[in-house]
Design a protein around this ligand. Structure first.
Ligand code: MN
Length: 492
């Protein structure tokens, strides 16, 4: 790829940049990597160029693009220092290059848990400081995965596993569905080749069949929406292979692909929020919703990573169950690009943050709740130090699969899977943990070691007087926050 292609993408995305300065950055990076080749035999500069282009595609600022071009220079060329970059291109770009270098320096996988978590912690700290550092790392990883074929076989599997265990979940937590899906599918074939082939051959005929039947359904839905003056795009989205694999392994599915109704889900993208609800009404008027599975309204109650959509399941004319996702264009941008979404910037601008503040990454603080878990993780680590159990828990907390539960008022809480009402109590407020009398889930009293599931409404029945959490609660608690508090109140 040439420098010219990067310029094309910048122009297409309407990103403002100083052409002279950008050329200077590119020449600097090209000189720094002079004579270096990638495993594929290409010149090394191809890699930073592609990373910069991925970020340009995500609408990132010129500063991020410059840092992407420079991201491997300090690490790969011993004669180049950070001071030099700062002198040539200013402290802001140097700060980003430094962050990316630090975050990427040590491998996350294949080492001991201690080192793994120490590196993970570095990443969280960097993320809490400036989300753009992590965006550059994710784009870097995406390009490395796209070119994984060229590297030695012995390294492929480790890198692919690290991608599945660390980078894809990270992209998901940042609400970047687009990156998460690509990283997972690229890594799947290398990390779990046998499983990849199994899913591919198992699903192929079913995908074909689903394509045939949804084609017709899409046409009918477009027509019904049009008749009712709803402006909307309707298309089918293919389920990513890795998420299909994980779903097939769920006990209730038991590897039976016929039980999976969203191989191709229909996506309706409207121009605004109100029309999402109108579209839902029109769909349910013409196609019967599947009873008991119900409608999930993630517009009224967004997922903690910012995801919004209405999900419903209907019967098509032949009695097949089809999943439908309804969202507005802005919600779609958020679901695909999350922390990098353009409209996040424009919204924050509307709130009065100056563009300098935005470009400096202050936006990450303004994303508020979405980034809370990042700050919490960084803070806990600093508070507690690093004993082995903490390390294990932090690893689980951060990257295990998550469930979303609700308070009776409808607030959403994001907990690790297998979390219990104890974790919920401490997540709501650390003080609430000291007043736990009993817990109700979906209106019924449950034991305190009850395992919560996504969608549960959890209510803590408070005691009149404080009740010290007992030590055996540690066995029920899954979050580091709850465990740390219980331990604090029950010193050895
Ligand atoms: Mn790189």
């Amino acid at each position: 790829m040439s420098f010219h292609k990067l310029i094309e993408t910048l122009n297409k995305q309407k990103i403002s940049y100083d052409p002279e300065r950008l050329k200077k950055v590119f020449d600097f990076a090209a000189a720094a990597h002079e004579g270096q080749l990638r495993y594929s035999g290409e010149k090394y500069i191809e890699h930073p160029l592609q990373v910069a282009r991925i970020l340009a595609g995500l609408g990132q600022s010129a500063e991020v693009i410059e840092a992407a071009l420079l991201h491997d220079t300090v690490e790969d060329n011993p004669t180049i220092t950070l001071e030099q970059i700062e002198k040539e291109f200013g402290p802001d770009v140097a700060f980003l290059v430094d962050g990316v270098t630090k975050v990427g320096k040590v491998r996350l996988r294949g080492s001991t848990d201690q080192i793994f978590v120490e590196n993970l912690r570095k990443m969280f700290v960097a993320m809490a400081q400036d989300i753009r550092v992590v965006l550059i790392r994710l784009a870097d990883r995406l390009h490395n995965m796209q070119t994984l074929d060229a590297i030695p076989l012995s390294k492929q599997k480790r890198i692919a596993q690290e991608t599945l265990e660390v980078y894809a979940p990270l992209a998901e937590r940042l609400g970047m569905g687009f990156l998460k899906g690509q990283l997972e599918d690229l890594a799947f074939a290398y990390a779990l080749p046998k499983e990849y082939h199994w899913v591919t051959s198992l699903s192929l005929p079913h995908f074909h069949h689903a394509e045939e039947t949804t084609k017709h359904l899409i046409r009918q839905m477009k027509q019904k929406l049009q008749e009712n003056n709803i402006r909307a795009l309707v298309h089918g989205r293919h389920k990513h292979k890795y998420s299909l694999y994980k779903k097939l392994l769920r006990p209730e599915i038991n590897k039976d692909i016929k039980k999976i109704h969203d191989l191709i889900a229909l996506r309706i993208i409207t121009d605004n929020k109100l029309n999402c609800y109108s579209a839902l009404g029109i769909i349910h008027t013409h196609w019967k919703p599947v009873p008991h599975i119900g409608v999930s309204d993630f517009i009224a109650q967004p997922k903690p990573n910012g995801y919004q959509s209405i999900h419903t399941k209907i019967f098509d004319k032949s009695g097949r169950i089809v999943e439908i996702q309804i969202r507005s264009e802005a919600m779609h941008q958020q679901a695909e690009f999350g922390a990098a979404a353009h409209f996040v910037y424009s919204e924050a601008k509307a709130k009065g943050l100056s563009s300098t503040e935005l470009d400096k990454g202050k936006i990450s603080l303004d994303l508020g709740k979405k980034m809370d878990w990042v700050k919490q993780l960084a803070a806990w680590q600093a508070e507690i130090g690093s004993n082995e159990e903490f390390v294990k828990n932090l690893k689980l907390d951060a990257l295990s699969s998550r469930i979303y539960v609700f308070s009776p008022k409808g607030d959403v809480f994001d907990l690790p899977s297998q979390a219990t009402p104890i974790d919920f109590a401490f997540a709501v407020h650390s003080g609430l943990g000291n007043f736990v009398q009993a817990a109700k889930v979906n209106g019924k009293i449950v034991s305190l070691n009850y395992q919560l599931s996504s969608g549960d409404v959890v209510e803590i029945i408070k005691s009149k007087n404080p009740r010290k959490p007992t030590k055996d609660w540690i066995r029920f608690a899954k979050t580091q926050k709850a465990i740390a508090k219980i331990r604090q109140l029950n010193p050895e």
